[in-house]
Ligand binder design. Structure first.
Ligand SMILES: NC(=O)c1ccc[n+]([C@@H]2O[C@H](COP(=O)([O-])OP(=O)(O)OC[C@H]3O[C@@H](n4cnc5c(N)ncnc54)[C@H](OP(=O)(O)O)[C@@H]3O)[C@@H](O)[C@H]2O)c1
Length: 160
């Protein structure tokens, strides 16, 4: 999974991101480029178009949902199976709350950017068990002219 998460676990407000953090957005684009990305239907509609340079899989329960330039799946398992069939080696669940909550059981790695501020919002990253998820990488970054909040790039691996 790959997510940007506020100190109070907010990830979204009014079906969009509550912040603009361009360096994290570049990290997201670089990390997922060339891979399959799986997203909930609401996140897809927030982004508004397929993410270029990657295979987009949108998960929805609507039988007749269609959108140009994306594959449709009707469950997370179906989306994961589709990526596997295509020979994907690292598939990314990219949100939102619904998909992260279900994905926590299935993921083995989380690229988690902590945004060191609290945000009001209506969607949150699931509280995960720190005994089950070990931080294996961390880079702390100060705020700057482009990125208004301090942030940390972390990688979490699931303990086996
Ligand atoms: N900070 C971050 O890293 C980050 C990343 C991504 C998104 N976000 C934010 O998260 C918010 C959206 O999150 P959300 O939880 O409201 O929506 P979401 O997870 O993006 O999409 C939810 C929709 O996905 C479909 N869905 C979910 N689970 C499913 C399942 N098991 N099987 C089939 N379909 C399933 C359903 O679509 P139907 O209703 O069509 O059936 C559901 O309504 C936005 O504010 C967005 O900006 C933040």
């Amino acid at each position: 999974m790959i997510a940007a998460v506020a100190r109070n676990y907010t990830i979204g407000a009014g079906n969009s991101l509550p912040w603009e953090m361009p360096t994290d957005m570049h990290f997201f684009m670089k990390t997922t480029r060339g891979h399959h990305v799986i997203m909930g239907r609401k996140s897809f509609e927030d982004i508004g178009k397929p993410l270029q340079g990657r295979t987009n899989i949108v998960v929805t329960r609507q039988a007749s949902y269609q959108a140009n330039g994306v594959c449709i799946a009707h469950s997370l398992d179906e989306a994961l199976a589709l990526a596997r069939q295509n020979g994907e080696t690292e598939v990314f669940i990219i949100g939102g709350e619904n998909l992260f909550t279900e994905g926590l059981q299935k993921a083995d790695k989380i690229y988690l950017t902590w945004i060191h501020a609290d945000f009001e919002g209506d969607t949150h990253f699931p509280r995960f068990d720190p005994k089950q998820w070990h931080e294996i990488e961390r880079t702390d970054c100060a705020s700057d002219a482009e990125n208004p909040y301090p942030y940390s790039f972390t990688t979490l691996a699931k303990a086996h």
